[in-house]
Design a binder for this molecule. Sequence first.
Ligand code: NDP
Ligand code: OXD
Length: 310
Amino acid sequence: MKAVIAYKADQKRGHAWRDYFGRSDPGVEFRVWPEFGDPAEVRYLAAWDPIDNLTAEFPKLEVLFSTGAGVDQFDLSSIPDEIQIVRLIDPAIVEGMREYVSFAVLALHRNILGYQQSQTEGTWKPVTTRSAADVCVGVMGLGSLGQAVLDAIEPFGYSLRAWSRSQHEIENVTCFSGSDDLQTFVSGCDILVCLLPLTAATTGILNRDLFNAMPGGSSLVNVGRGGHLVEGDLLSALSSGQLSNAILDVTSEEPLPTDHPFWKNPRILVTPHIASMTGYDTAANALLENIRRHERGERMVGVVDRSLGY
Ligand code: NDP
Ligand code: OXD
């Protein structure tokens, strides 16, 4: 049976991926929405947003690929078990995240948000810099992205911690796992980076209890999903001084509404979900390699465990 993949996400990227597939493997037919042809021929679907009536629309669907690293946009329980769900592990996403989190950690360590505020006031207010060795950066989530950002910031000499569901061992990183260890983990973090997937277990995890367990004056970087953060709790923690700053690439509502209090808060830097972006050839190649694996009867990279939600 021929391998037909339908694509429904960013059109420009779709056309580039179609060209890539055409050049690399004419045996796989890549169709870009709305020109899906006969939907009964479609065995693979790459999408960002959920698609209504998935199985009625594509009766022969075998694999649903997310065009991003996350799959929280899909209601996993509504997708029949026989359809595999696969997230995207793309070198461009990893690279972008390494850059963004390095920037965010350095900006927080070197008080850049404070200097930005001083600039708006026209005041010259140097603050003593702590040595990187005295600053502990903690990363929540030790997946393809969490591990890559730890690697990227290690050369600066920060003390490093990480927290995940299962226990990991990583050289030069103190690893914690499970909900019992969460408070102990955050109690040592001067800068906390959230790189978790959004699941039932992680929704609202960045909340008042967690902030209160962190050292006074510590900072937050959220590059996971807006649903990880209880926004009101962050605003309270910033106004009490329990947290000093936050860099947020994701918010509960995107685009962030123009009247949202985050925009005008000098202790917050908001970016519009750009920490990393799905690439062109790199991502198309990752997708094609997975289709080839599936065609050979091998396990694909990034298959989602529905019981865990990621
Ligand atoms: P992975 O699936 O590779 O890794 C997930 C990590 O989170 C694993 O280490 C896992 O633990 C840990 N984890 C999951 N659930 C829990 C839990 N309940 N308690 C503790 N740890 C948990 O994901 P990626 O690294 O590829 O991506 C992470 C997320 O980053 C994506 O889901 C997406 O939301 C976000 N993202 C944001 C982007 C942006 O531009 N802002 C771009 C790309 C991704 P274990 O190791 O034990 O399995
Ligand atoms: C992703 C994202 O999940 O862009 O890839 O957030």
